[in-house]
Design a protein around this ligand. Structure first.
Ligand code: 9MR
Length: 449
C-alpha cells in the first residue's frame, strides 16, 4: 500500500503526465440514438445500474437514450429486503437522473417469480394474505413514483414456453386472477402510467406469444387496464424470429402498445468481425421491425455496454451482447441500431479510440468507504495518467494505493505510481483508496487527463 501524500501541487502532478488518449469519436458526427429515435416517433432506452451513472457510463446513458429501465433497483427484493424495511436509494437515483436528462423511466417490475425478498418467498401465506401483500407492494411502489414513470412492467414472465401459466408464488397462491388484480391496483395508484405485461421468448409468433396474445385480448374484453406488452428480446446471434414484425403488429391490432424491453444479442465468445457484423444485422432487423409498426413505442437494450450485461454470468462462454464494448466504444451493433432509426449508412471513420476512468465504491461502512478507479483504454493507450474529481459531500481521501493522491478542499487528484503509468490499448489499470464520509456519499464525476 502507498500512503496518501498530501500537499502535492497540481503542477507536480501534471508534470510528466503524457496523455495520448482522446475522447470517444466513433459516433461524434452522428445524432445520438435518442434524436434519431425521436425523429421516428420512438423512444430508445437502456437498462441501467444506478451506482454506475457517472463518468463515461453516465454520459452515454444520458446522451444516447430517452428512456431508462432500472435493471434491478425497482424489484421487490431490492426495495423491501426486510418486511417493512424499504430501500429506495438506487431507484430514486435512477429516476432523478432520468428527470435531469429529460428521459422516461420504465418501471421494472412489480410482480415476478424471481428476485423477491426471502421474507416473502419463505413465508407461508393464505391467499388473502398474499393478495393483500401484493396489493400493498404495488400501491406503495407505484404510489411512490406516481407521475414519474411512463410505463410499468406490472407483471413479468407469467408464462411457460408452452403457453401455460408459470407455476410460481403468484399463480400457485392466487390463480391467474393475480394478473388482472395487479393491473387494476397499479392503475389505481398511478392512472397515467402505461401498464404492461412483459415476457421473454414471445418475440415471434408461437405458443407462448399466442398465450400472451389471448390473455391481453381477454383482459381488454373485461375492461382490465392493460396498455402494452413487452417483448424482452434476449436473442441469440443470427436468430431474430422471422415473424417478429408480424407478431408486433398483431398485438398492436389488439389495441395495445408494444415495447422491445430488454434487447440483447448474445454470441459465443470470443467475438470476431464476422459475428459482430451479424450482430449488427440482428440489431438492425429488430429495430426495423419496431420502426415499421406505429404502436411499437419503445425499444430498450438490456444494458448498453458489454461490461454491464447479465449474459456472461448466466450463459458461460457467451457475451458481447450489447451495442458498446467493455470500454464504451460503439460496436457495429450500435450502427445497426442507428441505421434502422434512419442514421447514416455510410461507414464512419474508424474510431480514434478512447481511454476512460470509472469510479466505484467497493465497500462502505459507518464513517468510511473503500473506492476504486479503473482506467481503461480501447484504441488508444497511455504512458502515464492522472484522474481528478470533486467530492460533493465532504468526503476525504485518507489513504491510496497503486496511485499517489492529493486532496485540496473538495478536489482530489490521483496520478499513477512509478510502476503502473502505462495503460496499453485494450488494457486497464486500477487503483484504490480509503476515504471518510458523513451524511452522504454521492459518486463524483471523474475526469481523466
Ligand atoms: O439484468 C438483471 C440481472 O442483473 C439480474 O442478476 C437478473 C436476475 O434474474 O435479472 C436480470 O434482469 C432480468 C429482467 O429483470 C427480466 N428479464 C430477464 C433479465 C435477465 O435475466
Amino acid at each position: 500500500m502507498r500512503s496518501l501524500r498530501t500537499g502535492l501541487s497540481l503542477a507536480s502532478l501534471l508534470a510528466g503526465a503524457a496523455l495520448v488518449c482522446t475522447a470517444p469519436a466513433a459516433h461524434a458526427a452522428d445524432p445520438p440514438l435518442r434524436d434519431l429515435a425521436a425523429a421516428k416517433g420512438k423512444v430508445v432506452g437502456t437498462a441501467v445500474t444506478g451506482s454506475k451513472l457517472t463518468g463515461t457510463y453516465g454520459d452515454l446513458a444520458g446522451a444516447q437514450f430517452s428512456s431508462l429501465t432500472p435493471g434491478n433497483a425497482m424489484k421487490w427484493g431490492s426495495v423491501e429486503p426486510t418486511r417493512g424495511g424499504f430501500d429506495w436509494t438506487e431507484a430514486d437515483k435512477i429516476v432523478a437522473f432520468a428527470q435531469a436528462h429529460g428521459q422516461q423511466v420504465r418501471g421494472h417490475t412489480l410482480v415476478w417469480h424471481s428476485q423477491n425478498p426471502s421474507w416473502l418467498t419463505n413465508g407461508s401465506w393464505t391467499p388473502a394474505q398474499l393478495g393483500s401483500l401484493l396489493q400493498n407492494h404495488i400501491s406503495t411502489e407505484v404510489g411512490r413514483y406516481k407521475g414519474k414513470i411512463a410505463a410499468w412492467d406490472v407483471v413479468n414472465e407469467p408464462f411457460n414456453d408452452d403457453g401455460t401459466y408459470r407455476a410460481d408464488l403468484w399463480y400457485d397462491g392466487l390463480g391467474s386472477g393475480y394478473i388482472a388484480n395487479a393491473l387494476t391496483w397499479a392503475h389505481a395508484a398511478d392512472p397515467d402510467a402505461k401498464l404492461y405485461i412483459n415476457d421473454y421468448n414471445v418475440e415471434g409468433v408461437d405458443a407462448k406469444s399466442t398465450a400472451l396474445y389471448n390473455l391481453v385480448k381477454s383482459l381488454k374484453q373485461q375492461g382490465v387496464p392493460i396498455d402494452g406488452v413487452g417483448l424482452q428480446a434476449h436473442l441469440i446471434l443470427g436468430q431474430v424470429p422471422s415473424t417478429l414484425q408480424q407478431n408486433i403488429q398483431r398485438f398492436a391490432d389488439l389495441g395495445v402498445d408494444v415495447a422491445i424491453t430488454e434487447l440483447d444479442v448474445r454470441m459465443a465468445l470470443p467475438a470476431d468481425s464476422g459475428k459482430l457484423a451479424q450482430q449488427a444485422a440482428d440489431f438492425r432487423s429488430v429495430v426495423a421491425a419496431c420502426v415499421a409498426v406505429t404502436r411499437c413505442v419503445n425499444l430498450t437494450v438490456w444494458g448498453f455496454a458489454d461490461s454491464d450485461s447479465w449474459v456472461p454470468s448466466t450463459f458461460p462462454g457467451y457475451g458481447a451482447a450489447t451495442p458498446y464494448d467493455e470500454n464504451y466504444a460503439p460496436k457495429p451493433a450500435y450502427r445497426g441500431i442507428a441505421e434502422a432509426l434512419g442514421g447514416t449508412t455510410t461507414t464512419p471513420p474508424p474510431p480514434t479510440g478512447a481511454c476512460t476512468a470509472a469510479y466505484s465504491v467497493s465497500s462502505q461502512w459507518d464513517s468510511g468507504f473503500t473506492g476504486q478507479v479503473r482506467i481503461s483504454c480501447s484504441g488508444a493507450s497511455l504512458a502515464s495518467w492522472k484522474v481528478s474529481w470533486t467530492y460533493g459531500a465532504g468526503q476525504r481521501v485518507t489513504q491510496a494505493w497503486n496511485a499517489t493522491c492529493a486532496q485540496s478542499g473538495a478536489a482530489v487528484s490521483c496520478s499513477n505510481a512509478s510502476y503502473n503509468g502505462a495503460v496499453p490499448d485494450g488494457g486497464s489499470v486500477t487503483f484504490g483508496f480509503n476515504a471518510s464520509w458523513s451524511g452522504g456519499n454521492p459518486v463524483p464525476t471523474v475526469t481523466l487527463g
